[in-house]
Design a protein around this ligand. Structure first.
Ligand code: FAQ
Length: 318
């Protein structure tokens, strides 16, 4: 099948670009790149940045209710890390020519997507631990793959982010294992949290490959090095035995290990996934409301920074 190229792009440019990727070279901001490569990266990196920032909300709600000083300091550090991840990622997207304002407008107006997982509520303290173990666990599998992606700024941001996510994952696992082996009430709290988060964690890695319209282009250009289903399989293979070992029950009666050693899951409720993404189910309205409020509350900081920058320019000109 011949590919239709935009009028200002040639087959030679594409061939040279793809040869660079095949050689394992990183594409850097000033380099020539197909418009579609740029568009795909802006879409994905900005959605990723929004996910980190919205992702502060479900856990942030629990900072005032953490059960001990140790758990509170860990949680504060984790939530702050997520803000930092948002910053790296917005910067990485800015290198592609989109502005921070454009990205924030898209989030706050509800045009941009962010990860489905953050539209689920945190009902008990154990949900905080389960987010660390499962959500950060799934995010790491995906992001370790993206650390090898062809776009330099995204790949480097992923290396840094993954090292912090690893700590998030470990603290979540440590917490849930402790509760799973604690009092009957603690064990029940951990089990209930697993029942709530298992399926959403599988869904957050994206639709099945057959229903993933972006994977083809992303894989061709070395942005995605694994498909959604491959990453999901890696996630389940690591986490299913560990959860079982902790004495918890995975809420999937069809879950089993096949002859190759892969843990196979039962059918995923994709209707729920799409409803959550579209804001028809879950906390999308509340999450966007919280971000809009934070944006309004931060207006004075942005104004002060602009006034300061203007003064620096006028002083430099004097
Ligand atoms: N939620 O064609 P595909 C974290 C959309 S970070 C919402 O398969 P693609 C850290 C997708 O955008 C978590 N929408 O898409 C943390 C597309 O729509 P579009 C975020 C989703 O891009 C932990 C459509 O469905 N990580 O958790 C989702 O090839 C704890 C068709 O899908 C990233 O963003 C979803 N789950 O693959 C923070 C990593 N899945 O845009 C706080 C970077 C799919 O065409 C606390 N992103 N969609 O209108 C990726 O790796 C990819 O974008 C995927 C989706 C794998 C998420």
């Amino acid at each position: 099948m011949t590919q239709t190229l935009p009028a200002n792009e040639t087959a030679e440019q594409h061939a040279a670009f793809e040869a660079r990727i095949a050689r394992g070279e990183k594409i850097e901001p000033g380099d020539w790149m197909p418009a579609e490569y740029r568009r795909q990266l802006i879409r994905m990196i900005s959605q990723h940045a929004h996910s980190e920032v919205v992702g502060m909300l479900p856990e942030g709600e629990w900072i005032t209710r953490a059960p001990s000083l140790k758990r509170k300091t860990i949680l504060i550090a984790k939530v702050q890390d997520e803000a930092g991840h948002g910053q790296y990622l917005y910067h990485a997207a800015e290198t592609l020519g989109i502005t921070r304002e454009e990205m924030l407008d898209a989030l706050l107006s509800g045009k941009a997507k962010y990860s489905s997982i953050f539209n689920y509520p945190t009902m008990t303290w154990a949900d905080v631990g389960m987010i660390g173990w499962l959500v950060d666990g799934a995010a790491i599998k995906n992001q370790t793959m993206l650390a090898g992606c062809s776009y330099g700024p995204y790949s480097r941001a992923m290396v840094r982010i993954c090292s912090e996510e690893t700590f998030h994952h470990k603290q979540g696992k440590e917490m849930i294992v402790a509760y799973a082996q604690g009092t009957p009430e603690q064990k029940q709290m951990a089990q209930d949290a697993l029942n709530r988060w298992w399926w959403p964690a599988l869904m957050m890695l994206g639709p099945h490959d057959a229903d993933s319209p972006n994977t083809g282009a992303l894989a061709k250009w070395g942005i995605k090095l694994k498909t959604n289903d491959e990453v999901r399989q890696e996630f389940i293979n690591e986490h299913a035995p560990e959860l079982l070992e902790a004495g918890l029950t995975i809420p999937d009666p069809d879950l089993h290990q096949d002859e190759q050693g892969n843990w196979r899951h039962g059918p995923i409720n994709w209707d729920e996934f799409w409803a959550v993404i579209k804001g028809q189910q879950g906390l999308n309205k509340e999450r966007l409301g919280a971000r809009q409020q934070a944006h309004e509350d931060g207006a004075w900081v942005r104004e002060a920074m602009q006034a300061y920058a203007a003064r620096q320019v006028s002083q430099a000109a004097d």
